[in-house]
Structures are given as C-alpha cells and as structure tokens.
Design a protein around this ligand. Structure first.
Ligand SMILES: [Fe+2]
Ligand SMILES: [Fe+2]
Length: 166
C-alpha cells in the first residue's frame, strides 16, 4: 500500500536528505523520514550498481544497499520506542521518495564513490548526534548501530573506488 507523506514533511528524496542533515534533535517524524530515506537508499544503491560491470563493485553496492533497509527497520523500531506507534518502512514500490524520475543516483566513478563515502561518514556523525540527544538508551543504541554501519559503507565505497582504478 502506498505510503502517504505528511503535509509538513519533505516531499522529495532530495528535500528529505537535506532536511535530515539539518536536524540536531530528532522528533518522531524526523525518524520516520529517516526510515523512508534509508529504505529508499537500498534502491539507490541497486540503481547505481547498474552503472558498472565490475563484479566486486557491484557486490559492495548491493551489500551496502541491503544494509540500508536494515537501517530503515531499526529507525522504525526507534519510532516505536519513542512512543510513535507501530511503523514499517515501505517497500520500494510504495516509497513516495522513490516516485520521482530524477533520483540522486551516484555515478560509478572513483570520484563519485569517494564523494558518496563522505556522505556515509556524514551519516555516522548524524546518527551519533541524534543518539546523544535521545533519552532512551535502547533507541540510542539502535541509532549508533546504524551509524557504525555507515562507516563500514563508507570504507567499502573507498575500497570500491580503488577496485575501479584497478
Ligand atoms: Fe543507512
Ligand atoms: Fe549507508
């Protein structure tokens, strides 16, 4: 079933990325938006993997992507822990942030991958700052776990850039 964005929420994936980057103390809605962005990120990784024939790079992009959906599920758990009720990240076909045709798909070049790695490292910093401001140890631990895995994603993307340079 299609997921409906609340009127006050970012209405596109680009706006959602920009929004979450400005949030220092997340509301339950911000964490729902993060869950949607994380879920969409799996698809972005799958789309970007179509931009290369290098099997090692494809494998890295697919495994990062699969973990983004895990992050979406953890963010959804955080929503519940913070009293936001039952929340499920939507499947790709129901995710409104994937409805546009100008999705921000990373170009598969060494520069593109290194830039994306910086974004992943930034994701860790964002999760850490959110965890530090959330007064629920279990929720904070879930956010920190996502953050730690963003570092893995960034490191894998740096390795993928090296693979491309062969
Ligand atoms: Fe993530
Ligand atoms: Fe990531």
């Amino acid at each position: 079933m299609a997921f409906t964005l609340e009127p006050g929420w970012p209405q596109s994936l680009r706006e959602a990325f920009a929004h979450i980057g400005t949030v220092t103390s997340p509301s339950v809605d911000d964490i729902k938006i993060m869950a949607l962005v994380e879920a969409a990120s799996e698809t972005l990784y799958q789309l970007s993997a179509k931009g290369t024939e290098h099997p090692g790079v494809i494998q890295i992009l697919h495994s990062n992507g699969a973990e983004e959906m895990v992050h979406a599920r953890r963010a959804a758990q955080v929503v519940g822990l913070l009293g936001g009720g039952a929340f499920e990240p939507p499947a790709a076909e129901d995710n409104p942030y994937l409805a546009a045709d100008n999705l921000p798909v990373t170009p598969i070049t060494p520069e593109g991958l290194r830039k994306q790695a910086q974004g992943e490292f930034g994701g860790q910093a964002l999760y850490e700052s959110w965890a530090a401001r959330i007064d629920n140890p279990q929720a904070a631990a879930l956010l920190r776990q996502n953050g730690a895995e963003e570092v893995d994603h960034g490191n894998r993307l740096l390795a993928a850039a090296e693979l491309l340079e062969g």
